[in-house]
Write a protein that binds this ligand. Structure first.
Ligand SMILES: NC(=O)c1ccc[n+]([C@@H]2O[C@H](COP(=O)([O-])OP(=O)(O)OC[C@H]3O[C@@H](n4cnc5c(N)ncnc54)[C@H](O)[C@@H]3O)[C@@H](O)[C@H]2O)c1
Length: 357
């Protein structure tokens, strides 16, 4: 294991992006979003995604130079066209517009079309939280999940995410979850690290449960809660795909497939939390909810109950302090990209081996 500081990680990702033709101001945004995932412990959607994104740029299916454009539809509604640039940019511009509209009239809704994978949804939720806003963050994604009763991939493991500002606890509500038993990125991570996966995550191509990540990737992810997970995946496709004018119904391209543009859609809403009461009252109620949740009677074997998003917030506190852990193979893959882009290698510190005296 190695450690990388968040500032070194951001600087590295920025220079690889710039080396691949991404304008500096856009590279700064993409790097911040990717490293935010690493900091929150969502390693599946952090800087390790760089090689697959760069492959898409090299194959000409993701436009490194594109910047999103925005069209106002009504005082509360806007539409973003990602022009096949990074999903991070389209979602960032979209949420900024949603926040502006919410500040003025209480709510802002943005539909995003012709976008790409935007990684971890929680960074978009955090963008709204930083402006004091509640939010809904939906996206669709490439087929990975059968619909309930089906046996082949059709829907994406498209995450549903939402947020609400914290009270005095300092712990905002951040839910960000894929409608599969586990996110597909966790299978890619197991494959990279040579790990097995739990048997309930996926089926192989013959429909059998498997603990082998390579076989799981040839098969299908299992939806969480059977038909309920399948319904949420379809919901993400209705709001992000059908509604926006982007690809839908199984036609979004996998971010690891550099053969054609992805055409992802997103659906973003920002909401002012003090629409129905003063902000102090809202925050007091959030505090009460937090205390009720984390103070709940624990089932046997549970040491601590967490609020949604809290584990990731704690990870971030630790990783800002100690750095982001990466294995050697991940660093090697990132440095291959540095070599290709003719930029400096990632600065990583080997973790000290623990001695027990
Ligand atoms: N952009 C895409 O196309 C795409 C597709 C799939 C997944 N993803 C990303 O993958 C990431 C991982 O998704 P996931 O479904 O595996 O997440 P997860 O299962 O790790 O967490 C889901 C939610 O449950 C909460 N949670 C987890 N453990 C908890 C506990 N012990 N107590 C209380 N709350 C807890 C988390 O805070 C989170 O809000 C997400 O960030 C998601 O956005 C992105």
């Amino acid at each position: 294991m190695y450690h990388v500081s968040d500032s070194n990680a951001r600087a590295f990702v920025e220079q690889v992006l710039v080396g691949n033709g991404v304008p500096k101001h856009n590279a700064i945004i993409v790097a911040r979003c990717l490293v935010e995932a690493d900091l929150r412990g969502v390693d599946t959607h952090g800087m390790n995604r760089i090689p697959s994104y760069m492959a898409r740029i090299r194959e000409g299916v993701l436009d490194a130079q594109a910047s999103p454009t925005i069209r106002r539809i009504s005082p509360a509604v806007a539409q973003v066209d990602g022009h096949n640039g990074f999903g991070f940019l389209a979602a960032h511009v979209g949420m900024a517009a949603a926040v502006d509209m919410a500040k003025n009239i209480g709510i802002g809704m943005v539909s995003v079309k012709h976008s790409n994978h935007f990684g971890m949804s929680a960074w978009v939720v955090q963008q709204a939280l930083d402006a004091g806003m509640m939010s809904l963050v939906f996206t669709n994604s490439s087929p990975a999940l059968p619909v309930w009763g089906g046996k082949s991939k059709l829907m994406g493991v498209s995450p549903i995410a939402a947020g609400a500002p914290a009270g005095k606890s300092g712990r905002p509500f951040i839910v960000d979850m894929a409608p599969s038993v586990a996110a597909r990125g966790k299978i890619y991570k197991a494959l990279r690290r040579g790990d097995k996966i739990p048997g309930e995550w996926a089926l192989d191509k013959d429909g059998h449960r498997t603990d082998n990540p390579a076989k799981a990737l040839e098969g299908v992810m299992l939806p969480m809660g059977g038909p309920k997970g399948s319904a949420i995946a379809i919901m993400m496709d209705v709001f992000s795909g059908v509604f926006s004018g982007s690809a839908f119904a199984g036609h979004v391209t996998n971010p690891y497939d550099p053969s054609k543009p992805a055409d992802v859609g997103h659906f973003l809403v920002a909401i002012k939390p003090d629409l129905f009461m003063i902000i102090e009252e809202f925050k007091k109620r959030m505090d009460y909810l937090y205390q009720r949740v984390v103070g709940s009677n624990k089932m046997s074997g549970v040491d601590r109950i967490y609020f949604p998003g809290e584990i990731e917030d704690l990870n971030k506190e630790k990783r800002l302090r100690d750095g982001i852990p990466l294995v050697e193979a991940e660093i090697r893959a990132l440095n291959e990209e540095a070599k290709r882009a003719r930029v400096a290698a990632l600065v990583a510190t080997p973790l000290p081996v623990k001695t027990h005296l």
